[in-house]
Design a protein around this ligand. Structure first.
Ligand code: ATP
Ligand code: MG
Ligand code: MG
Length: 348
């Protein structure tokens, strides 16, 4: 079997390694940390910084293709790796999703609805952006934000100075505030030969900026459900994408609005592990390995709940619950806000 290189050894890299292993592949994980969660299950681990050219080369030479579990890989590392092995999904997908401004410009160019947006580098830009977009609005760093970090909400123009200070000089984007009824996401996969398969949309609830639960089926009309899947396929095709992607959407009376895309397996797709014959991790591995996609039809209703920080105290109780499938990441130290695991509860 082939060996799949995975950049990033967090829980997503760990679950990708498990899925690869089930199909007879080996994985080699590259991570800058000392004890990455994926290290327990990968066949091989390199812990070195992304600046270590020798380590990157050695890693690439042991694998057949390279994928990743997070989008903030330094360009310099990709420059080195792509000369040695194919990187899937491609760099274009990374470039588009690494920067919220490029992402929104790409989505609107494809005819998809996004929040109104404007680039903000300084106080003058922000004043102009507020005049154009209005308030309420959200100022977000263009890069490196996750779990709601790097964001500041503006109720009125009076909040401008504070919001700008919150960005600490990082290039930012002002987004108009969307008055949505629900948040959903679609996890879709595109194979090397261009087949597309999307999982049933999930409904997401956040707590303190972090995903709390994903419920399938989502409360949607059949046309909304169809729309969500079709626009995801459109994004995958437009990027000539290979692998699994998460597309976060706002449901509004005026239609679906794309919040952001993630060029990787996605937390809101973890329900697929117990709701489908083939889950998001296996679909991703199949795609990057050049296999046909598997059957991702939902066979059960599921509620996925993230286990964050002290939620780990609930594990002994959850372990006794009927219909509950636990997935723990083997992280040694519990910290507030840290994703420690999740539980998929089968509802029917
Ligand atoms: P993730 O952990 O999903 O990568 P993130 O840090 O990239 O999150 P976003 O998804 O952009 O952040 O925003 C986090 C949450 O804030 C969204 O799920 C949504 O609830 C809310 N939000 C973000 N942008 C808007 C908006 N323009 N209008 C209304 N709510 C928003
Ligand atoms: Mg994000
Ligand atoms: Mg998000």
């Amino acid at each position: 079997g082939a060996t799949i290189g995975i950049l990033g050894g967090g829980q997503l890299g760990r679950m990708l390694s498990v899925a690869a292993s089930r199909l007879g592949f080996k994985t080699h994980v590259f991570d800058p940390g000392t004890n990455p969660p994926a290290g327990d299950v990968a066949h091989r681990v390199t812990t070195a910084p992304y600046e270590d050219e020798t380590a990157l080369r050695a890693f690439a030479e042991t694998v057949d293709m390279i994928t990743y579990e997070f989008e903030n890989i330094p360009t310099s590392a990709l420059d080195i790796l792509e000369k040695i092995r194919p990187i899937r999904p491609s760099r274009r997908a990374l470039a588009v999703s690494q920067d919220r401004l490029i992402e929104k410009a790409f989505l609107s160019e494809k005819g998809l609805q996004t929040a109104s947006f404007a680039a903000v580098d300084d106080a003058e830009d922000l004043a102009e952006a507020i005049a154009e977009i209005g308030t309420p609005a959200i100022l977000k760093t263009r890069r490196f934000g996750y779990d709601g970090k790097g964001q500041s909400r503006l109720q009125s123009a009076d909040d401008a100075a504070q919001a700008l200070a919150d960005m600490a000089g990082a290039p930012a984007i002002l987004e108009g505030f969307i008055d949505f009824s629900r948040e959903i996401s679609v996890i879709g996969t595109r194979s090397l030969s261009g087949e597309v398969a999307c999982f049933d949309p999930g409904e997401n609830v956040h707590r303190d900026g972090i995903l709390h639960t994903t419920t399938v089926p989502a409360t949607l009309t059949s046309s909304q459900r169809m729309d969500a899947v079709l626009l995801t396929a459109k994004i995958l095709n437009a990027l000539d994408y290979v692998g699994t992607m998460g597309v976060e959407l706002f449901v509004t009376p005026g239609g679906l609005i794309v919040n952001e895309i993630a060029p990787r397996v996605h937390n809101s797709g973890h329900w697929t592990q117990n709701g489908c014959a083939v889950d998001q991790f296996e679909q991703h591995i199949r795609a990057v390995a050049g296999w046909p996609l598997g059957d991702g039809k939902r066979h059960s209703d599921v509620v996925m709940e993230n286990l964050i920080g002290d939620d780990m105290n609930k594990v002994p109780e959850i372990a006794r619950e009927p219909g509950a499938a636990l997935h723990l990441y083997g992280k040694a130290d519990v910290k507030p806000g840290r994703k420690m695991g999740h539980v998929n509860r089968i509802k029917s």
